[in-house]
Design a protein around this ligand. Structure first.
Ligand SMILES: Cc1cc2nc3c(=O)[nH]c(=O)nc-3n(C[C@H](O)[C@H](O)[C@H](O)COP(=O)(O)OP(=O)(O)OC[C@H]3O[C@@H](n4cnc5c(N)ncnc54)[C@H](O)[C@@H]3O)c2cc1C
Length: 314
């Protein structure tokens, strides 16, 4: 049987979880069961049902996130429901849970999976490697399989069904870690979910100039991102840092403003479907990875782009 970990954020299932549901429903021979921690908000279970999930098991009893206890509970729920193929969305949370679940269940595991498996001989998945610069085909040969899919890389295919919801109580709630404080990312649209990302680098000269970047993002309905030095200098929050040491994203459109295009930056964004680069240096390496390039001063180009975007929206 096939299952997913339905990670929820304050009771909401994000698009990446729906992608996991859709992936699971496409590889499943029958029922798809989702397991989540806590209770989803009203109507959220129906979103899972839209993508083929027939059953949702909610595990109650946790007060805060703890990878070790979550993993034990999830593995137990999957085993109790004879689930041998488990799909995760490869989020920060899943990165700390999926490998633990795989160990507990003695499963084969592949992360960064970007396509449906080939099953003609064995169970072979395609995964991104070397920070997205290459692909590897991996055969998962154990009976239990854990597959963590990269957000925005697989198709969301509707497969509406009805969903049955069951609540169980956690048996192992003694957390190994305690969260002393949390701070929320400020962006209006979560970076990993965004279809369009407007990103800027050191070329913007200082945090006081980000108004233009945010204006363009607002008009386009985009999330904002930045290069590593920008977040290191506290011009922008670390949650916006994309690249090898930051978040990996795969939006439909990535607009890079005043970013040189260092290999470590490209590692996190090069899988974007369309890349637009704005840089005053025609020799900036980013142009080699760009689909469209504007050679010009961001402080002249951005106001014109904002006006044009506003006009086209109107
Ligand atoms: C181990 C390691 C990991 C790293 N991980 C990451 C990572 O995850 N993400 C990341 O981003 N970096 C990462 N880096 C840093 C990376 O190597 C680069 O230093 C960084 O990406 C450069 O940031 P930048 O392009 O904003 O700045 P710069 O390299 O300073 O480039 C600024 C660009 O802006 C252009 N510019 C200047 N003024 C204007 C203007 N008025 N209008 C238009 N263009 C203008 C310039 O021509 C230049 O191309 C990592 C480095 C190391 C060693």
């Amino acid at each position: 049987m096939t299952g997913i970990y339905a990670e929820n954020s304050e009771g909401i299932f994000k698009k990446s979880v729906l992608e996991a549901a859709s992936y699971a429903s496409q590889i499943s021979q029958g029922q798809v069961t989702a397991v989540c921690i806590g209770q989803p908000n009203a109507g959220e279970a129906d979103k899972l049902a839209q993508y083929g999930v027939n059953k949702l098991i909610c595990i109650d009893g946790f007060s805060n996130f703890d990878a070790q206890t979550y993993s034990k509970e999830l593995a137990q729920a999957f085993a109790n429901n004879q689930i041998s193929q488990i799909v995760f969305a490869n989020t920060y949370e899943a990165k700390s849970i999926a490998p633990r679940v795989a160990v507990i269940m003695n499963a084969s595991i592949a992360s960064n999976v970007i396509a449906l498996p080939e099953t003609s001989s064995g169970f072979k998945v395609k995964r991104g490697v070397f920070s997205g610069k290459g692909f590897a085909y991996v055969t998962l040969d154990r009976a239990n399989k854990v597959i963590a899919i990269t957000p925005n890389s697989t198709e969301l295919k509707e497969n509406s069904t009805t969903i049955q919801i069951e609540t169980i109580s956690a048996t192992q709630t003694t957390a190994q870690t305690a969260i002393s404080s949390t701070s929320k990312a400020g962006g209006k649209i979560p970076l990993t979910e965004a279809e369009i990302v407007v990103s800027a680098g050191r070329g913007m000269k200082g945090p006081e100039n980000w108004g233009m970047v945010e204006d363009l993002a607002d008009i386009l309905g985009a999330a904002t991102a930045c290069s590593k030095p920008v977040s290191d200098m506290d011009w922008r929050p670390h949650s916006e840092h994309v690249g090898q040491t930051g978040i990996t994203i795969k939006p439909n459109l990535y607009i890079a403003i005043g970013i040189s295009g260092a290999i470590q930056h490209l590692a996190g964004v090069s899988s974007s479907k369309v890349i637009v680069v704005i840089n005053k240096d025609p020799e900036a390496p980013f142009f080699k990875a760009a689909d469209y390039g504007i050679v010009g001063d961001a402080f002249e180009v951005l106001p014109k782009l904002i006006e044009a975007a506003k006009a086209s929206k109107n």
